[in-house]
Design a protein. Structure first.
Length: 306
């Protein structure tokens, strides 16, 4: 490996095993582009120890952590074309003596939105960096079949912070409204708990496979006429996708949770007065802030983007 190319180091002893990793990679890419003149880099993942700070992390077993490493973190690497190669080490600092410090970028509490906003503001570079591979795109096309203007809907049904989960009544109203407008609708359930299918309107196609296959999930969103997503980690991928898919995000605010409160959003640099709260969003990527919004209204907003 050439020591002329930038190196990114992500250490799980100080950083989360969540979709925040996506924000970190986007930040690292911009920072290294300013340092080295190249947006491409090698990545080193350090799994010698695990952070134990948040309530969610305190619930994780070792198996949970390894599952997220292999089912989330490594697949994210596979949909990041700018990563030239990556390694996973169970030893602290293995091989780092050979790294050029001037071409390295380390995780140091820089995995949240303010770090990306800062790097974006200083560099002026395009932060989009994720793309589904061609094989995933081909498979997604086969799943859509002959559907015209397919719409992808995702729901949250996590075992953690259930208050953030997508309500059943809301989901049914949204899905039925889309069907009533003659649309082909594809539903991606949450992989943690799945979704009860008894009340899902007839005609909705449930794509369970996409819950566990991140490249396929991204490909479906990239090819959809519009995606309707519950606020959460997966939307980070879509906002930073190179193909900039049409997107509706609903229920991003939840005053019952600190990390979904207006105060937290403000601290993260999110403009909750704007339909486009991040400066790199397109006009067809829209946030719906009303916590009481109905499924029918979300349907209407989504159809306006097609």
């Amino acid at each position: 490996m050439s020591n002329k190319v930038g190196r990114v180091i992500y250490d799980f002893s100080v950083s989360p095993i969540t979709f925040d990793f996506c924000v970190f990679l986007a930040t690292a890419r911009l920072e290294l582009a300013m340092k080295t003149g190249s947006p491409d880099f090698f990545l080193s993942l350090r799994a010698h120890a695990w952070r134990n700070v948040t309530p969610r992390e305190l619930r994780y077993s070792l198996d949970d952590r390894l599952w997220r490493l292999h089912n989330l973190i490594i697949p994210i690497c596979g949909i990041t074309p700018g990563i030239l190669g990556y390694d996973v080490s169970l030893s602290d600092g293995e091989g780092e003596a050979n790294f050029d410090p001037s071409r390295c970028f380390r995780c140091e509490n820089n995995y949240l939105n303010p770090s990306l906003l800062d790097a974006y503001g200083r560099s002026g570079f395009d932060p989009h960096l994720y793309a589904a591979p061609q094989l995933a795109l081909d498979y997604a096309r086969r799943m859509f079949g002959d559907a015209r203007e397919p719409i992808v809907v995702t729901v949250r049904g996590s075992s953690y912070e259930g208050v953030r989960n997508t309500g059943s009544d809301f989901s049914v109203e949204l899905l039925q409204s889309l069907l009533d407008n003659g649309k082909s609708v594809f539903l991606i359930p949450d992989q943690e708990t799945g979704i009860e299918t008894a009340n899902i309107p007839k005609g909705i196609k449930v794509l369970h496979e996409a819950s566990f296959n991140l490249p396929l999930r991204l490909a479906l969103h990239e090819l959809a006429s519009v995606s309707i997503c519950a606020a959460g980690g997966p939307t980070i991928l879509l906002t930073l996708s190179l193909r900039k898919p049409n997107l509706i995000v609903h229920h991003p605010l939840n005053p019952a949770l600190e990390t979904s409160s207006p105060q937290w959003m403000a601290a993260m640099g999110v403009d909750i007065k704007s339909d486009h709260p991040y400066p790199w969003l397109t006009k067809t990527q829209k946030w719906l802030w009303d916590p009481e919004i109905r499924g029918e209204a979300v349907c209407e907003a989504a159809l306006s983007l097609i």
